[in-house]
Design a protein around this ligand. Sequence first.
Ligand SMILES: Nc1ncnc2c1ncn2[C@@H]1O[C@H](COP(=O)(O)OP(=O)(O)OP(=O)(O)O)[C@@H](O)[C@H]1O
Ligand SMILES: [Mg+2]
Length: 349
Amino acid sequence: MKFNYSDPNRLAISNALIITAFAVIVNGLIFIFSPGKPALLLILPANLLIFGVSYLIFRYTLEKFIYEKIKIIYKTIRNLKLPKSADRTIMKVGTLDKVNQEVIEWSETKKMEIEELKKMAKYRREFLGNVSHELKTPIFNIQGYVLTLLDGGLEDTSINKEYLLRTEKSINRMIAIVEDLETISQLESSELQLIHSRFDILGLTREVIEFLEIKSKKKNKTICFGDNYEKPVFISADKERIRQVLINLIDNSIKYGNPENGRTKISFFDMDENILVEVTDNGSGIDVADLPRVFERFYRTDKGRSREQGGTGLGLAIVKHIIEAHDQTINVRSTPGIGTTFAFTVKKA
Ligand SMILES: Nc1ncnc2c1ncn2[C@@H]1O[C@H](COP(=O)(O)OP(=O)(O)OP(=O)(O)O)[C@@H](O)[C@H]1O
Ligand SMILES: [Mg+2]
C-alpha cells in the first residue's frame, strides 16, 4: 500500500491496516497453537475492533498534531486572528497540499513586497540626494554674494546692486524648486484634487503663448499653431493643471529648441473621445537612450546646459503626473538633429 502523507485519513487507515494485519498474524498463531471453536469465533470481531480503535486513535492524534501546526502557519500567512469556529474549516479545507500551495503563494507575495520596499527605499535615498544637490547651487551662490558684499562689496557701487540682483535670482530659483517639489509631493500623495471644468484649449494655449512671449522673443524663437484653428476646441479637464502642462512643454521647446532658428508648433487632432495635443520643436532632439527617462524626476539629458537654462528636471515629471491624474497619456518622440514632439491627450467635453 502506498502512503499518502498529505491525507491524515488515508494515513490513519493505512496504519490501522498494518496494526490489524499484525493482529491477524498473532491471532492466527494463537489459533494454530490452541485450536478451538471459541477462539475462531472471537478472531474476526477482535480484529475488526483492533482495526476500528487503532484507526480512530491514529486519525485523532494525527489530525490534532498536524492541524495544530497548520493552524499556526495559516494564522501567520493570512495574518488573521481566527475564531475558534474556523479551526474546523481549516481542518476540512486544509489538506497539506493546499497548505503547501498557499505557503508558496504567500512567500511569492512577500518577496514581491520586499522588492517593492527596497525600490522605494532606493528611490527615497536618490530623491533626498537630488533635492539637496539642487538646492546646494543657489545656496552657495547666495553665500558667495553675501560674503562679497559684507567684505566691502556693499560700498562698491560697481557690484553692490548687481550682487543683490543675483542673490534675488538665486532665491527665486530656490522658491521655484521648492514649489515644484511641493507640486510633486501633492500629486504623489494624491492630495491634489482636480477641478474639472469645460473650457476651450485653443484659448488656453493662446494665453500660454502670450505668457511666454517675452521669453521666446528674447531667445529668438517663434511659437505658432499647426493649422488655422478657428472654432474653439472644448475639453473637460482641470484648466490650471493643463495650463501648467502647456507652460512646461512650450517652455522646454524654447529652452532646449533650436538656438538659432527655433520654432515651436502646437497642433490639435480630433480622436473621437479625445483631443491629441502635440508640441513640436526643431531643436537638437533627445537621444534614444535618454528618451524613456525624461519623465523621471530630476532627469536632464544635458546636465550643464539644462542647469544653465534654469532647469531642475522636475517639469516633465509634474506634466506626466497631471496627465495621468486625468486618466490620459503622454509620450515623446524625437530625432536627434531634427526635433522633438511631446504629445498628450485630453478628454473632449
Ligand atoms: N523639447 C526638448 N528638446 C530637447 N530636450 C528636452 C526637451 N524637453 C525636455 N528636454 C530634456 O528633458 C529634461 C527634462 O525636462 P524637464 O522639463 O523635466 O526639466 P527642465 O525643463 O530641465 O527643468 P524644469 O522644467 O523643472 O524647470 C530637460 O532637462 C532636457 O534635457
Ligand atoms: Mg521643463
